[in-house]
Design a protein around this ligand. Sequence first.
Ligand code: UDP
Length: 478
Amino acid sequence: MARQHFLVVAYPGQGHINPARALAARLARATGAHVTLSVAVSAHRRMFPSLAAPDEEVHDADAGGGGISYVPYSDGYDEGFRLFASDGEAAWRHSETFGRVGREAFAGVVDRLAARGRPATCVVYAFLMWWAADVARERGIPRVLYWIQPATMLAVYYHYLHGLEELVTEHAGEPEFTVDMPGLPPMAIRDLPSFFTDLADTRLAAAFHGVRTTIEQLDIDRRSSSKPPMVLVNTVEELELDVLAASFPDLDILPIGPAATSLDGGGAAAAARASHDLYRHDEKGYMEWLAAKPAGSVVYVSLGSMSVVSRRQKEELRRGLAATARPYLWVVRSDDRDDGDGDGDGGGMVVEWCDQVRVLSHGAVGCFVTHCGWNSTLEAVACGAPMVAVPQWSDQDTNARLVAGWGVGVRAATGADRVVEAGELARCVETVMADTEAAAAVRRSSAAWKAKVREAVAEGGSSDRNLKAFLDRIANVA
Ligand code: UDP
């Protein structure tokens, strides 16, 4: 195989960077190739806080193969952008600037690499990085979309944008109304992404623009080539067999997940990854705390890297956890803290950020109360941790439906304000943790899916084969 240089480009959020880093590491190890990972300056600075110059390139020679270089692009928001701390106008401004400045800066990255005699031979553009596909196309560089949500979600967006937008919008206020989409079971409005249903929040319309333009890139590539566009999906074939078989006749879909570094590497790799998160890891000794707890006894709670959890929701969570009388480990990020959030009320420990995959892999964890961000969902499946789904926005309602469908968790009921009340939370936790036949069935499904997912990433498993198929295809294009 000719020497490749993969250029992976990702949006500056933790849920985007994690699967991008994991894929970059796998590409480096599998091919011996050099991989460059490009994230926005705002994230690069947080990942590497002690560089002599803040936007300096970083080379990680220990990542396997030819190593991974981190080369940032500016998206015009070098101090970062927080969607939920903005209004609709600011969100649209961000979307426009991100598209314009990011694209130009990324073109500069691509041209600099070429000028140094190390041209990218394949651009892997992750979700929302639509302009990176444009930049690659203009230069004749092979490109592949890296879809970091489930294949179900790709199918939902694809069909929505190819004929169903009007129907869905018309029924946006009817949670039980169902929509038929090829390859999918009937989808209730309540199971569709909040972009389609929460029409009052103009920030969501701005955020959805990036999804729309990402899907459009596939249409452009489909029209201009006789071969179907390639899409790497961070999912596992066995988890989404039906949708993969029936939904994408004109795409070349390759499920290669789960892409999570510490699932691959363990020890040193996990430690290296943890030291480059966007949030600083809490030093409270949560792993030691977990080690002192009985097997399957702890409720782990995290609503991800972006959510803003209301005071009322936190209060309901606190009371709900207390009602279960089970020990809990709860992540409350420093940028989502209200007064008093730091205390664990005796029964639990509250941390600012943790190594989630290590926590989920720990035998003491018996349940994961999660917002169902796709990384968290897939990590929980890979670790066999039963879930209580508390979806907040974006793809999370759809992911929660998948969780329930696989029998690996339950979805908590909410009111119109999306708040899960204490009693409902406690009920759901007991539904997966109690000493009942129903809870034992959830634990059995979780263990069975864990085994299948581990098989998929092992040598010869579906994800391993699909990654190799991708490498063959790219070798033949280049
Ligand atoms: N995560 C972590 N420590 C924490 C909380 C989250 O390492 O304390 C990681 C988690 O393992 C996952 C990512 O942050 O890989 C969050 O991505 P996800 O898609 O679940 O949600 P998002 O943050 O994008 O909403």
